[in-house]
Design a protein around this ligand. Structure first.
Ligand SMILES: Cc1cc2nc3c(=O)[nH]c(=O)nc-3n(C[C@H](O)[C@H](O)[C@H](O)COP(=O)(O)OP(=O)(O)OC[C@H]3O[C@@H](n4cnc5c(N)ncnc54)[C@H](O)[C@@H]3O)c2cc1C
Length: 413
């Protein structure tokens, strides 16, 4: 990697997990790339933001092709236990169960802590010679003209590129500058995340309790020498209550977690800090316009209840990379509207489906109205008995579909 400023084939604004992954994928297939971020990811030591991601099977395959998985200490998810619950209610049976043996061979996912993913991506970016990095920078304006985009940067000279990518997350400025509108809904919930230790081993099981105020998930992490039994918590709570919960001391915090999760894994204890994220869902009206294309949360963001947000972004990367590589092989202008329409066509359905499904599940379960609770308590055991529906749900969670880009099948393009 070097810091000289020249023009490149593709300029990516946003070096989060999705933007960084796209830079690596495009670099692998011979595109010159400039990666811009308002932060300096390389100076900042990758620190935990409490989040861990359940990487779906297809996305893991892509990370493998890019040579990243050997550096990641992942915990395979062997099964999921899903149920509705209320405070102080002990769990003895589960309405909905998925296991990775017997009923389906789909990989349920691999849990990786986000700071580890960040560290691995940083190392790979540093090893690349072709990727130019513009840290502590923002694109303040851009103009698309004559097959090129000219961008003005806040702290560097102008740069030109044939394709501009927004990987700037939910509040993308580029999307705003391009006049792309977003449909969004605010859940009035916050996602509290932290790592916990517990007395009993998790055996690779992920738990999801639908409580009236929002879903509470406990996801298995790899143990350490000091603490073999560790899991990641994603606790969606009404925003006011979440703010109050964030203020209490560790002992009270752990006891509030226990009231929600019960005694399934014995005593839960918070390990390190806790973080809170406002939860909302959004989807851009268009994923591409005049040589600007959107990926990751910049294009779509969803409720974290099934841990699919990053996976959607990884699938965007796989699709966009293949579309661009194929266009270049055919000698076509890879930044043209026609080519970018192929990307949008391939990604809009999947992301809209995921958004609608998460939205529906959250709205259905996150309330205390008796008819809705009755419907969910009838619905979950029924789904549990329908093996084909479960396999479909697991297949979707594992990202299996017939028309996948090559990288998601573990193949080179
Ligand atoms: C509580 C919680 C739990 C989650 N759990 C999971 C999970 O288990 N599995 C999963 O798949 N997903 C999960 N997600 C979703 C996942 O974290 C996001 O989908 C993913 O991080 C989005 O990555 P991104 O790179 O698109 O955006 P971001 O992570 O938001 O990165 C955006 C980058 O752009 C930079 N940037 C922003 N604006 C500008 C600008 N104007 N100029 C330059 N740079 C800019 C930022 O500094 C940042 O580096 C979770 C989300 C939450 C909130």
């Amino acid at each position: 990697m070097n810091n000289q400023q020249t023009s490149s084939d593709v300029t990516i604004s946003g070096a989060g997990l999705v933007g960084s992954l796209l830079a690596l994928a495009l670099d692998r297939y011979g595109f010159t790339v400039t990666l811009i971020d308002q932060r300096d990811w390389f100076e900042e030591l990758p620190q935990s933001d409490g989040r861990a991601s359940a990487i779906a099977g297809d996305c893991w395959q892509m990370l493998n092709v890019l040579g990243l998985t050997s550096f990641l200490k992942g915990q395979k998810i062997h099964g999921m236990r899903v149920d509705e619950a209320v405070l102080d209610h002990e769990k003895t049976k589960f309405s909905l169960q998925f296991d990775d043996q017997g009923e389906t061979s789909a990989l349920l996912g691999i849990m990786v802590e986000n700071h580890q993913l960040r560290k691995t991506l940083n190392q790979a970016l540093k090893q690349s010679r072709q990727i130019k990095f513009a840290a502590k920078n923002k694109i303040t304006s851009f103009q698309s003209l004559g097959g090129e985009v000219t961008c003005k940067l806040s702290r560097r000279e102008d740069l030109t590129t044939r394709l501009l990518v927004s990987a700037e997350g939910k509040g993308s400025k580029l999307k705003e500058l391009a006049g792309i509108k977003t449909q969004s809904s605010d859940y009035a919930q916050a996602g509290i995340v932290c790592t916990v230790s517990h007395e009993q081993p998790h055996e690779g099981l992920a738990y999801q309790w639908f409580l009236p105020n929002g879903p509470f998930a406990l996801l298995p992490l790899q143990g350490t020498q000091e603490q073999p039994n560790r899991s990641s918590i994603v606790w969606s709570e009404q925003r006011d209550l979440a703010a109050a919960i964030m203020m209490v001391d560790d002992q009270e915090f752990s006891s509030q977690m226990q009231r929600r999760f019960g005694d399934v894994l014995g005593k839960l204890q918070i390990e390190g800090g806790r973080w809170s994220f406002p939860l909302s869902a959004s989807i851009a009206d268009s994923f591409a316009k005049d040589r600007l294309v959107l990926v990751g949360d910049s294009a779509h963001s969803i409720h974290p209840l099934a841990g699919q947000g990053l996976n959607l972004g990884v699938r965007d990367v796989a699709t966009l990379t293949e579309v661009l590589v194929d266009a270049r092989k055919l000698g076509l202008d890879f930044g043209s509207d026609l080519i970018l329409a192929n990307y949008e066509g391939a990604r809009r359905f999947d992301s809209s489906m995921a958004l609608g499904l998460m939205d529906g599940l959250n709205n259905l379960f996150s309330n205390s109205h008796p008819p809705a609770r009755l419907l969910t308590s009838i619905g979950l055991p029924v789904v549990n008995r329908l093996e084909s529906l479960k396999a479909f749900l697991v297949g979707k969670a594992g990202g299996q579909s017939s028309n996948q880009p090559k990288l998601l099948k573990g193949e080179e393009i």
